[in-house]
Design a protein around this ligand. Structure first.
Ligand SMILES: NC(=O)c1ccc[n+]([C@@H]2O[C@H](COP(=O)([O-])OP(=O)(O)OC[C@H]3O[C@@H](n4cnc5c(N)ncnc54)[C@H](O)[C@@H]3O)[C@@H](O)[C@H]2O)c1
Ligand SMILES: [Zn+2]
Length: 562
């Protein structure tokens, strides 16, 4: 939220103009409707502009209108396709906060009526309009999902939607009332004898991290490893708190993205640590997602044969999974996580408020690993998700804190019993066999790890049923939940033989077994040794093609109404 503008995005009929006007009034800001701005400057109505200049002409005008508004303190209702233009998500995010007004196609169709003045729906009957809306939603949802705030509008009046957005913008999301009296922080302990540590979960707790880190590391210096954008947002508060606790602090920036998990970046960090005169009394603090955690942890594990390490995760994936358990690593050009260590943190400090700037798509990816913890180990957690997955996606404090704490407790319990993955910890690989194959085949592009895990879990659950390990209906439940979280459940269409070769760990022996994690039911998992050919049913490739779109192309599903 680096600028002042509040951009309302969503499909036509989502209520952007009506909500925008009310939101502006609530916040005491001006209101602008991008479509009206275009009409005003062009001196023509939108259907006329389309007829005269085509969609390209309209988009160019729309882009100029957006540029003129960007950065000023104004609530802007954008046309349904504005954010789907190349580069638009980044430009909008850079100049303000993007808010997605979500609605089901039926709601949209009902609100739009006969579609007068909507060129993209011109000439269609009611049935055709619904089909076109569905297609537009599927195509644009990934762009809408780059928003940092999403609000469901089904069945809500514009005023109520505006009130909800205002609350979220002011950092008191719904559910805040419910928090009163209830605990607003949680601790989960990871039992590992002398290396035991605590996971601290709370909202707006970055300012309190310093004393906690000082106490459990006794360090005199702190090297904070982070990426530019996360550092800009969150490092100042963490640094201040560490300084107040008496530590000398330095911020070490690495570039964003998986590519930073490399020897090149590790070596740059060693150099920076030398400059900082970092000795054994220095704590390395990872502030960011799983990439920063894995890289900083690897550096902490190896610098002077190991210095204290602290995780301050800022993505849901890092909170739910990567920051707990002590696995740290860098990648090699030929494969991910090939060089690493077990180096447990001294404390994991989770400020859940940092997740508010995390795009929804990334939040959903983190949710996949939390749902996994329920699916393999805790039917009650799974049921909580079935009741409230939308609440966690929207970061409502009470359910988010509860479900994340429970999810961390499951990972902590598994890690305590099997730190080095001799048995139990393998269950955490549920869904990961196919996920890794999908990631390999897609070259790690276009699909997030959590998304690959989601479709891998759906597949593994289906396979558990067909191999007779899980009762019928198990896979349906899991799929329904994943879809509500906006996660893909169908593998992308690569040929079966490509999947087979990606699954073969031992490339020389085609009959080598893989320890495939199956469900015995919701909340119970097991491993069974299977060859890749046994894992993938005969018709697998064809089915992947026939039954669904590739994972990353599937936009976040509509949220089911609670
Ligand atoms: N060590 C483990 O046990 C373990 C487990 C799972 C995954 N991993 C590793 O984690 C990595 C993936 O982690 P990830 O999904 O967090 O990816 P990531 O670290 O790349 O973060 C995703 C994106 O979100 C940005 N970001 C982070 N925090 C943000 C915030 N609060 N607001 C806005 N943007 C924010 C990041 O800069 C990045 O662009 C992979 O390298 C994977 O191998 C490790
Ligand atoms: Zn994973």
């Amino acid at each position: 939220m680096s600028g002042a503008t509040i951009w309302l995005v969503g499909a036509m009929g989502a209520g952007k103009s009506a909500v925008g006007a009310r939101l502006a009034e609530r916040l005491g800001l001006a209101f602008a409707d991008a479509d009206l701005e275009v009409e005003r400057t062009a001196g023509a109505r939108i259907p006329e502009i389309f007829a005269r200049e085509g969609e390209a002409g309209f988009r160019a005008r729309e882009r100029r209108a957006i540029e003129a508004l960007a950065g000023s303190a104004v609530v802007v209702a954008l046309g349904g396709g504005a954010i789907a233009q190349p580069g638009a998500p980044e430009r909008l995010a850079a100049s303000g906060t993007v808010v997605w007004l979500r609605a089901r196609p039926e709601t949209l169709a009902a609100r739009i009526g006969d579609a007068a003045g909507r060129p993209l729906l011109a000439g269609l009957d009611a049935h055709g309009r619904r089909a076109r809306l569905r297609a537009l939603l599927a195509e644009r949802s990934p762009c809408y999902a780059t928003a940092t705030i999403a609000v469901d509008t089904d069945g809500l009046a514009p005023g109520a939607v505006a009130a909800r957005i205002a609350a979220l913008l002011q950092g008191r999301p719904e559910g805040a009332e419910r928090m009163e009296g209830a605990a607003t922080a949680r601790t989960v302990r990871v039992e590992l004898g002398a290396r035991s540590y605590e996971i601290h979960l709370g909202f707006e707790t970055l300012d309190q991290a310093g004393p906690a880190i000082a106490a459990c590391t006794k360090a005199r210096r702190a090297a904070i490893v982070t990426v530019p954008e996360v550092g800009r947002r969150y490092a100042p508060r963490l640094e201040r708190s560490l300084r107040e606790a008496g530590l000398r602090v330095r911020r070490l920036l690495v570039s964003d993205g998986e590519r930073a998990k490399s020897f090149t970046w590790a070596q740059r960090l060693y150099g920076a640590l030398l400059d900082f005169e970092a000795d054994r009394g220095t704590v390395v603090v990872a502030l960011g997602g799983g990439v920063v955690g894995d890289l900083a942890g690897f550096v902490a594990a190896t610098w002077m044969r190991g210095v204290p390490f602290v995780q301050v995760p800022t993505t849901l994936l890092a909170m739910a999974d990567a920051s707990v358990g002590g696995k740290v690593a860098v990648d090699l050009p030929r494969g991910k996580n090939l060089v690493g260590a077990f180096h447990q943190p001294r404390v994991v400090w989770m400020d859940l408020a940092t997740l508010r700037s995390l795009p929804l798509r990334q939040r959903a990816a983190g949710l996949a690993e939390m749902i996994k913890h329920g699916a393999i180990r805790d039917a009650a957690l799974f049921e909580r998700f079935e009741r409230d997955v939308e609440g966690v996606l929207a970061l409502e404090p009470a359910p988010t804190l509860d479900l994340l704490a429970r999810s961390c407790a499951i990972k902590a319990e598994i890690v305590s019993q099997d730190e080095r993955e001799a048995g139990l910890r393998m269950l955490l690989n549920f869904g990961h066999t196919l996920a890794h194959a999908v990631e390999t085949l897609s070259g790690y592009r276009r699909i997030l790890h959590g998304e690959a895990v989601a479709l891998g879990m759906a597949f593994a659950a289906r396979r558990s049923e067909s191999l007779g390990h899980a009762p019928a209906g198990t896979a349906d439940r899991l799929e329904a939940l994943l879809e509500r979280a906006g996660l893909p459940t169908r593998p992308p269409a690569f040929p079966r033989r490509a999947y087979l070769s990606a699954l073969r760990v031992d490339k020389k022996r085609t009959d080598a077994h893989v320890r495939f994690v199956v469900l015995r039911g919701i909340g119970r998992a097991d491993t069974v040794p299977l060859t890749p050919a046994e894992i993938l049913p005969r018709d697998f490739g064809a089915r992947a093609v026939g039954r669904g779109r590739a994972g990353s192309e599937q936009g976040p599903a509509r949220r089911r109404r609670r």
